[in-house]
Design a protein around this ligand. Structure first.
Ligand code: SF4
Length: 505
């Protein structure tokens, strides 16, 4: 019989969550390095470079890879010969570990969990509760997988109950383009097939905990149907040309994981869950000899990467910018933003729209830019914690009214805009810029001052004013409504199919 002490599990969970907040898995870093080497679209290559530079900076600075530090998922396999020395339940221990990790003053993480999800949506303020799965297995150890999943990639999860004769490949290839780039590719796809509806979803999530090894599989060849699917989907998904951040390019996925389970004769449940640029998970085992020891990666594990800034780079002063200046920007141009920029995301937009109906706003948006972000709180001498962009499509429904009634000039977020937002941008000669999702600590280095200017009670969703120096962004929708997220993948899918680029992995 093995005795596991309460504090050993709590400490191990807390340590694991801190560890994954700033260390990417080594297999992920290496696969991203290979994607950087082979990428031929300069914009996608620069996005990958930013993700890798950000990753190394986070490992050195022990600060979060992404401002969205995720919802915690824990998978426990508890040996039948394990006894607990504890007065808490195992679920309570896991949640206490989460609480300690997210509130650690040396590396404060963002609390993103809201209770009453279809009601008041109040922040629980310590990122609890986690989503915890248990399995009772043979043995005398506790095996634990801990992951912190970003909301942007979790939002793109898909499920379908196919007919038994339907093709899994056809369905996956039909939904990936609809997922857009809000899941911050390049990343991985976890696919669960079989069982029941809930089993397929859990299989997809578990699949993402496995290391990236598609090249080994290619070398040895598939032995099972699940492995055949992995190889076929890896090739076909990358041929879609979606590329890093949806800008068009050679690498959309660095691996595809498939887990399957026996199912009913009438069913073929299929689930897809993507993992993003902030892939965060680790595994440890408790055997009664104290908390887990997690070995940090070595700095040599990160590839040498330099950002190659092309000749289409403009320095922009947001304090003096005019609508006519914006009209000169072309989709795909790189801008380095300086000056003052406002922030606002879901809750702030909802409030502002409600206030517009009643009178005036607490802050004048005329001629200004708004950045869709919910930053991590600062620590020590930081001006702001990691502050990368959030998914812009969530703000699409507010865009027309914001442009029409406030004189807002531009927006900055991550990934594509939908048709309603693009039409509004064109109608009001505004602009949408994108920053790289998963490069949050790097972006925050460009923020030299920060103050809350409205709705302080919303916490990370408050409206801030940031003072910038050279924040890198790309023009994603110009004043005419041309979107790089539409043109980029189309061009690169065609280049791949016409074999004018070297697609071989
Ligand atoms: S990398 Fe993108 S999807 Fe992942 S947590 Fe960050 S913002 Fe969200």
């Amino acid at each position: 019989m093995t005795v596991i002490k309460q504090d050993d599990l709590i400490t191990s969970i807390a340590d694991a969550l801190q560890y994954i907040s700033y260390y990417h898995p080594v297999d992920f870093i290496q696969a991203m390095g290979q994607a950087y080497q082979r990428e031929q679209n300069p914009a996608a290559r620069d996005a990958i470079a930013q993700i890798l530079i950000n990753s190394r900076m986070c490992a050195m600075g022990h600060r979060p890879i992404c401002q969205d530090t995720g919802i915690v998922t824990v998978f426990l396999k508890v040996g039948m010969k394990v006894q607990w020395e504890a007065d808490m339940s195992v679920t309570e221990m896991c949640n206490e570990g989460i609480r300690r990790a997210y509130l650690l003053p040396d590396n404060l993480l963002r609390a993103s969990i809201l209770d009453d999800p279809d009601g008041a949506r109040r922040n629980t303020n310590d990122n609890t509760p986690g989503v915890i799965h248990y399995e009772i297995v043979a043995g005398d150890k506790v095996e634990v997988n801990v992951a912190a999943k970003g909301g942007g990639s979790e939002a793109k999860s898909k499920f379908i109950m196919l007919n038994p004769s339907d093709s899994v490949v056809d369905w996956v290839l039909s939904v990936i383009p609809q997922m857009g780039a809000g899941w911050c590719p390049p990343g991985m796809l976890g696919i669960g097939i079989g069982g029941t509806a809930e089993k397929a979803m859990i299989l997809a999530k578990e699949a993402l905990l496995e290391p990236i090894d598609i090249q080994e599989l290619r070398a040895r060849g598939a032995k099972t149907r699940a492995e055949e699917l992995r190889l076929e989907l890896f090739d076909k998904v990358n041929r879609l040309g979606i590329g890093a951040q949806g800008l068009g390019g050679l690498t959309t996925v660095m691996d595809v994981k498939v887990k399957d389970f026996p199912t009913h004769a009438a069913n073929k449940a299929v689930a897809i869950i993507p993992n993003c640029a902030a892939t965060r998970h680790t595994h440890f085992s408790l055997d009664g000899n104290g908390p887990a020891e997690l070995v940090p990666p070595k700095l040599e594990d990160w590839p040498e990467v330099t950002r190659e800034v092309g000749d289409n780079v403009r320095r922009v002063n947001l304090d003096t910018i005019t609508r006519d200046d914006v009209k000169a920007w072309k989709p795909g141009d790189t801008l380095l933003l300086s000056g003052k920029m406002l922030t606002g995301r879901d809750a702030a937009h909802k409030r502002m729209i409600d206030m517009l109906d009643r009178g005036t706003l607490p802050v004048d948006l005329n001629g200004r830019f708004i950045y869709y972000v919910g930053p991590v709180d600062p620590i020590r001498d930081e001006v702001v914690g990691p502050a990368g962009p959030t998914t812009a499509t969530r703000m699409d429904k507010f865009t027309r009214i914001m442009l029409e009634r406030t004189g807002l000039l531009g927006m900055i977020g991550k990934a594509e805009r939908g048709p309603t937002a693009i039409e509004a941008i064109r109608d009001y000669a505004a602009v949408y810029l994108m920053a790289v999702g998963g490069a949050a600590y790097l972006v925050s280095q460009a923020i030299k001052a920060s103050k809350v200017v409205a709705f302080p009670e919303l916490g990370m969703e408050a409206v801030y004013e940031f003072e910038l120096e050279d924040m890198p962004v790309t023009v994603a929708v110009d004043h005419l409504g041309e979107s790089v997220h539409q043109t980029g993948p189309r061009i690169w899918a065609e280049k791949i199919s016409q074999q004018v680029v070297n697609f071989d992995f």
